[in-house]
Design a protein around this ligand. Sequence first.
Ligand SMILES: Nc1nc2c(ncn2[C@@H]2O[C@H](COP(=O)(O)OP(=O)(O)OP(=O)(O)O)[C@@H](O)[C@H]2O)c(=O)[nH]1
Ligand SMILES: [Mg+2]
Length: 681
Amino acid sequence: MDIDPRQYEDIAVNDNDVHSIVMSYLAHSCFTDTLESFTTSMGMNQTANLEDMEKRKRIYHLALEGSVLKAIEITDQFAPDLLEKNKDLHFDLLSLHFVGLVCSRKCTEALEFAQAKLAPFGKVQKYVEKLEDFMALLAYNEPEKSPMFHLLSLEYRQQVADSLNRAILANSNLPSYSAVERLMQQTTVVRQCLSQESRRVSSICFERLFEELEPSASQKRNSNEIYRGYTVKCALAKTRMPPSPASDAYIREPHKYFDEVVITVRAGDGGHGAVLSMPNQKAPSKSQGKFDRDKTKKKASYKRDFDGSIILPMGGHGGDVVLYADESKDSLLEFHNKSKHKAKRGGNVDSMGVLTSHMQNGATSPTLRIPVPLGTVVKLKKGKFLADLANPGDEVLVARGGQGGISLLEVPEYKRKQMTTLTTNIMRDATDKVLTFGQSGEEVSLQLILRVVADVGLVGLPNAGKSTLLAAITHARPDIADYPFTTLMPNLGRLDGDPSLGADKYSSEATLADLPGLIEGAHLGKGLGRNFLRHLRRTRLLVHVVDAAAEDPVGDYRTVKEELRMYNPEYLDRPYLVVLNKIDKPEAIDRLPTLTEEIWKIGCERISPKCDTSSGDVTESISVDESQKSDFSNWFSAKDQKVKELEEYPRPLAVVGVSVLKRIKVNEMLKAIRAALREFL
Ligand SMILES: Nc1nc2c(ncn2[C@@H]2O[C@H](COP(=O)(O)OP(=O)(O)OP(=O)(O)O)[C@@H](O)[C@H]2O)c(=O)[nH]1
Ligand SMILES: [Mg+2]
């Protein structure tokens, strides 16, 4: 949305501010000489540290020109700990060096470097996918022509060098973006807000821009010299700030959010104990009659421990938080709407301050039980794996409720000697303080990652007929349409057992997952990207669905296999079938025999079918981290480091021609699927 220029043409701009903006840009980009000439010619004071700027310039150029290790070395001298604290940047720099080695065709050296320096990053999930992309470069004779070519580009190197420059600036308490960049970023945000919320009022301040120009500028705020006139207010209609852009993204694009979320859970605090006094604490007066003294004694029928000490009431335990696998849930979307969950606190000891014989402990709060879909992997946000809730009824305690506080007894002076062992339920905290307050419940941030639980994964290009196939053989009713990417999230369907086999073999029932279509370059984020391929991890059998009436069915089949290999080469070792679909179309049925033969040729003999499935993350029930390790370690553990050609992976168990829409040969296809399930499930 364009704003009428008349709105801002009358706003006066101070020359000094313009000069400051230029200086900030020159200093940020390390144009030392120009900066010196500029300040001299403008008669301004030169405040930037030119020596530091020279060092930054050197580091930037070293990173850009490929001497990354040297850049790291100088950075470590200039800003010790910077890379230690900034792992992402450290990883990017090391990867840049790796890419340099690959480009110089020093593959062995690159591999050794990766093993020594990059492999340790493979323990953390966010680096795993990046590592896969970097490692995949080794598979190409001409990495410049590989789908990961962008990692070799000047733009990528520039991006990393820029990040390094920004990190060094931030480390020196200087703005990491120049004023011009900030101005442009803010203008972009303003424009976005205006176009999104054109009927609302946006009030967006540019003040911070000038705070960043000069660190001391904020001190001048009171004098109002610089700031006046720079608060841009865009008033259009009603007064309300626009919602954060991410707030409803999960509704607009659920497929990007349904399988991953970060939530915070807080267990309940413990209820408080009480400070109690004994009834009739005063020493019995001699004037008190015998009858009164007996009455006092009778009242004292308190609960006592085995050693005779009085058991004082305790505050109730705060509610724990438990996550459990619930079959009725199919996505994590609802957690994007409500990401904070809190259990109730324990009840306090209900007291009027005086100990009585019928006092109760505070009420214990119930455990907050949060249902999540089957197949949810639970991790601490910091990375530690907690549980894989893969089976119905699986659950994990993620936050413990606080212990209730104990009660204390105020003991009258004259009784203190008699009651040295007052109670047995006194607790002390770490500092040896006696607690009457309940302890706080634990609070944790959790990352939930859904990996659907399915035995069979349907893969193929968009429009191949995967959803139609699922609908044809299960009760699932996925959306089916004649345009690509109809399926955005996995659909699950249950394949019944085969009754004709008799009771003992009825076990061939299975869950099928229909995945979104894959396209060439999916691993680079094309189409729907490739993240959904994580949903194949638990499958034991893959079914490749190929449109046999397409222009190049064999090419399509290879494309899908390549993308699977890019994601995880182990997927190609898994047993699989190929379904040549749409044979009701004449162009498909005519070439069915040739197609079958050509597809059959792509692959080698499966050596030991059962052994194949037991490797890698098929058996992933233990932990995500382990499975991720197995993805990555594939690159290193194999004796033969050469990435295999598609022909070197096992060929399909069967290739069947079928029309799932017209139900031609569907039974033959089912037979093949069931036979494979019997063998591999
Ligand atoms: N002629 C014919 N058309 C079919 C057959 N199977 C599926 N189709 C059609 O192909 C189109 C795509 O089918 P889908 O099942 O949505 O394909 P998909 O592979 O799930 O596609 P995405 O969800 O986009 O990945 C639809 O118009 C179907 O009716 C078949 O056996 N024969
Ligand atoms: Mg579909």
